[in-house]
Design a protein around this ligand. Structure first.
Ligand SMILES: C[S@@+](CC[C@H](N)C(=O)[O-])C[C@H]1O[C@@H](n2cnc3c(N)ncnc32)[C@H](O)[C@@H]1O
Length: 159
């Protein structure tokens, strides 16, 4: 089951003609939940685990695609209205976070957002600190949910 807070946030925020990229999608529980909630937009799920993606693919859905890749080397020609990292950002080593996040933020459309969920923000406080340092306009949208708007990219690029 996808975490309810992330599911609610995205179900409320995504419109039908928007596109969602999920990095570290696991077995595809987020898109299953979003479809149950009636969202019908385009989705792409990325995960390093072949096994997870094989399982996710069993969810036959004409508006979804699946890619086996690590975050660092994933490339796609499209830009996204939202990118979700649900309990997956801490698989990026802290030292690698600035360049990897910058590249992920570069995948967003002008009005896009990156949604990050941390299972335990206290345990991963250094990630929260680093994200806030890179993107001071990051907003906290739930106990475990953090949102970075594409509009904060200019701050990051000036560093
Ligand atoms: C804790 S699971 C969360 C899965 C899913 N987001 C969920 O909430 O059910 C973390 C996922 O990140 C994936 N992952 C770990 N390191 C990764 C990397 N470097 N690139 C892509 N995916 C990675 C794992 O295979 C795993 O499926």
């Amino acid at each position: 089951m996808a975490p309810e807070d992330a599911l609610e946030y995205l179900s409320a925020g995504l419109s039908e003609n928007e596109a969602l990229l999920e990095l570290g999608c696991g077995r595809g529980s987020l898109i299953r939940g979003l479809r149950r909630n009636g969202w019908n937009g385009y989705y792409c799920g990325v995960d390093i685990s072949n096994q997870a993606i094989n399982y996710a693919r069993k969810f036959e859905d004409l508006r979804s695609s699946w890619v086996v890749s690590d975050f660092e080397s994933f490339r796609h020609p499209s830009k996204w209205d939202a990118v979700a990292m649900i309990e997956s950002i801490y698989y990026i080593r802290l030292g690698e976070l600035p360049p990897v996040l910058r590249r992920i933020m570069g995948m967003l459309r002008e009005h896009g957002v990156l949604l990050v969920r941390l299972h335990d923000p206290d345990k991963h406080a250094e990630y929260v600190r680093m994200i806030r340092q890179l993107y001071p306009k990051m907003t906290i949208v739930g106990n475990n949910l953090f949102c970075i708007a594409a509009s904060s990219r200019s701050v990051d690029q000036s560093k």
